[in-house]
Structures are given as structure tokens and as C-alpha cells.
Design a protein around this ligand. Structure first.
Ligand SMILES: NC(=O)c1ccc[n+]([C@@H]2O[C@H](COP(=O)([O-])OP(=O)(O)OC[C@H]3O[C@@H](n4cnc5c(N)ncnc54)[C@H](OP(=O)(O)O)[C@@H]3O)[C@@H](O)[C@H]2O)c1
Length: 326
């Protein structure tokens, strides 16, 4: 059993706990919150869970061997570092770290301590992802157009003059770090690291992006994408091949997929989705952690590194600077 401690008390943390427990491979042992009362309310449905409001005491708790981090993006680095120094494996929400400097430091430290750091990019662990990858493997890719744009629940606060974590450069916020990361993960996990990238964005007065258009350039094709948090798009994502067009309702958790052949014939895919969208990810991570599966870990680590470098290059193109970069 993986003895889990979690950082954060928001809905995504609860969803991960539910997914982890559903696999039957984890038990929840501890929660870190800035507020003991908030922590107690958060674990009201569970028994025998310790609550900590001090990070050092939390990570050094001998009851846990794994820390899941679901805090604002810029805090991941110091929290992951503290957990690794205390000898714990880490699962960290996407985007794992603010820039390549943080990324390299954390992964070097983890390697030295023979510990695992896993980035929670849930959609690449979905069965749909593997089905699509296998389907595309014998096709020639000509181009792709991906979209992820959803009116943010934090938009009202922003418009009222507040600065929610999500839109704050102090917390490594912005739409590329929030929704864009799904598109970049999907693209790199499907096609490998791009030769070069572009990103043009609409910036908020805080300095981070609220919407933007990106391109990943490959030798024989480009993948372009649109991401936004100030509007909702109902467009599908499309991958154009020499045999026809693959149409996905979303790449950030595909529910529907169809291939429209050049002659217009359409082939619908049978897509199995888990009820909890984090289930497949929690199960995949348990396999790596319980069996010390170095082969699978190396693949995920290389992918996480390429995504981190790509996000950084795109931010540089759009002149988005986080406090963590300074
Ligand atoms: N994989 C997915 O589907 C998915 C979905 C949503 C979010 N995420 C990722 O999950 C992470 C958290 O996102 P979120 O929207 O849940 O963030 P959030 O609500 O801003 O913060 C998450 C938690 O961090 C703590 N926190 C908030 N502000 C803090 C501050 N100023 N200083 C220290 N701790 C603070 C809070 O816990 P306490 O008050 O208890 O300390 C809060 O519950 C992000 O990296 C995000 O990208 C992933």
C-alpha cells in the first residue's frame, strides 16, 4: 500500500484522493493545509488521517511515503524539494515546475535519493490516448489544430479587480500553464519534442497570458493550438493525415473520436472513460511506485522535461516572466 500525504484542500486534491483510493493501492494518511480547521473539514469523510499546518512536520511524518502536491504552481518546487529531502516520492500536479532550472534541480535531487517525481498530466494516461496513438502510428501526419478554451471560474474575480492565483505571475499562472499544458503534453507525447515553437498571447496587466495561439514546428508538419480562459470554445481538435481527418472532442480527456476518411466515410471510435478522470493516472503511478518501474519512469521523466522546456520557450516568445524566473 502506498501511504499518501496530500498538499492542498481544493477539489482537484479530493478528486485525486478518490481516484487513488479507488485503485485499492493507496491509503490516505496525512493532509497539509495552512489551516488545521480547513484540513479537518477536508478529511471529514475519512478516518485516521493526520492534519499538519507545518510543511516540515508534514513531510517528515513517518506514516507517509508519498506526497501528492496540488498547490498553486509556483509552490510545487519548494514543496517537492522538502518532500524529497525527507525521503518521500512525489506526485506533482501539472505544470510540475515553473522553469527548467527548477525542473533540473528537483529531478537531480530525486535521482540522488533514488526517489520518483511524477507529473500529474492525467490525460496521457487515459486509455483513449493510447488508442489514438496506436491509430496514428501508421499514418502520415500533415497538420493538426488543437483547441482548449474554457471561461475560467476565476474570471469574475479578475474582472472585479482581484488577482486570483491562476492569473498571478507570483504563482506561475496564466492560461498556457493552466490549459495550454494539456495541449503541449498531448502533442509531445504523440509526436515527440518539436524542433521549434512559437507562442503569441494576449497578456493581462499582471503580465501573464489570458489567451494565446501556439505552434509546434516538426520536420514535416506543424501543430497549432489555441488556448484561452476568458471565453469558451466548442471547436473540436483535428489531426490531418494522408488518409483523412481525426476529429476529437478534446485532447485534454477524449470522450469522442471519429476518423473521417478522404472519401467522407466516418469511423467512430469506441472510447472507454473512467468515471473519475484521474483514475488511470493514479493506477499508472501506483504501478511505477510499487514496482520501481524504471523503464516507464524514464519515459515519463523525459516527457515531463520536454514539456517543461517547451512551456518555457513559449513563455519567452510571448515575454511572460514568472517571479520564479527572477
Ligand atoms: N489535473 C487536473 O485536472 C487539474 C485540475 C485543476 C488544477 N490542477 C492543478 O492543481 C494545482 C492546484 O490548483 P488549484 O486550482 O486547486 O489551486 P488553488 O485553489 O489556488 O490552491 C490549491 C490549494 O493550495 C493552497 N493554497 C492556495 N493559495 C495558497 C497560497 N497563497 N499559499 C499557500 N498555499 C495556498 C490551498 O490549500 P490550503 O488553504 O488548505 O493551504 C488550496 O486548497 C495547480 O498546479 C493546477 O494546475 C490540475
Amino acid at each position: 500500500m502506498l501511504k499518501l500525504g496530500v498538499i492542498g484542500t481544493s477539489w482537484i486534491c479530493r478528486q485525486f484522493i478518490d481516484a487513488a483510493l479507488e485503485t485499492g493501492k493507496y491509503e490516505l494518511k496525512a493532509v497539509y493545509s495552512r489551516s488545521i480547521q480547513k484540513g479537518q473539514e477536508f478529511v471529514a469523510d475519512f478516518s485516521d488521517v493526520q492534519i499538519f499546518d507545518g510543511l516540515t512536520e508534514f513531510v517528515n511524518n513517518i506514516e507517509i511515503d508519498l506526497v501528492y502536491i496540488a498547490s498553486p504552481n509556483s509552490l510545487h518546487y519548494q514543496q517537492a524539494k522538502a518532500a524529497i529531502e525527507a525521503g518521500k516520492n512525489v506526485i506533482v500536479e501539472k505544470p510540475a515546475f515553473s522553469n527548467p532550472t527548477e525542473f533540473e534541480e528537483i529531478f537531480e535531487l530525486a535521482a540522488k535519493k533514488k526517489l520518483f517525481v511524477l507529473e500529474a498530466a492525467r490525460h496521457i494516461h487515459d486509455t483513449a490516448f493510447a488508442v489514438i496513438k496506436s491509430f496514428l502510428s501508421d499514418k502520415t501526419i500533415l497538420s493538426a489544430n488543437l483547441t482548449y478554451a474554457k471561461y475560467s471560474s476565476k474570471m469574475a474575480a479578475l474582472l472585479a479587480g482581484e488577482l486570483p492565483n491562476k492569473w498571478n505571475p507570483k504563482f506561475s499562472g496564466g492560461i498556457l500553464a493552466d490549459l495550454g499544458v494539456y495541449l503541449i503534453y498531448w502533442t509531445i507525447a504523440q509526436f515527440g519534442k518539436a524542433e521549434s515553437v512559437d507562442y503569441q498571447a494576449k497578456l493581462l496587466s499582471s503580465g501573464v497570458d489570458v489567451s494565446g495561439h501556439g505552434i509546434l514546428h516538426y520536420e514535416d508538419f506543424d501543430v497549432s493550438f489555441f488556448n484561452a480562459g476568458n471565453l469558451t470554445s466548442y471547436l473540436a481538435s483535428e489531426i490531418y493525415t494522408d488518409e483523412g481527418t481525426l476529429v476529437l472532442d478534446s485532447v485534454a480527456g477524449t470522450g469522442k473520436a471519429a476518423f473521417v476518411k478522404i472519401n467522407g466515410e466516418t469511423e467512430e471510435f469506441e472510447i472507454q472513460t473512467a468515471e473519475n478522470p484521474l483514475f488511470d493516472e493514479a493506477d499508472a503511478f501506483a504501478d511505477i511506485l510499487e514496482n520501481a518501474n524504471q523503464e516507464k519512469y524514464a519515459v515519463l521523466q523525459a516527457l515531463a522535461q520536454q514539456v517543461n522546456q517547451t512551456l518555457f520557450s513559449m513563455r519567452q516568445k510571448a515575454r511572460i516572466v514568472f517571479e520564479a524566473d527572477k
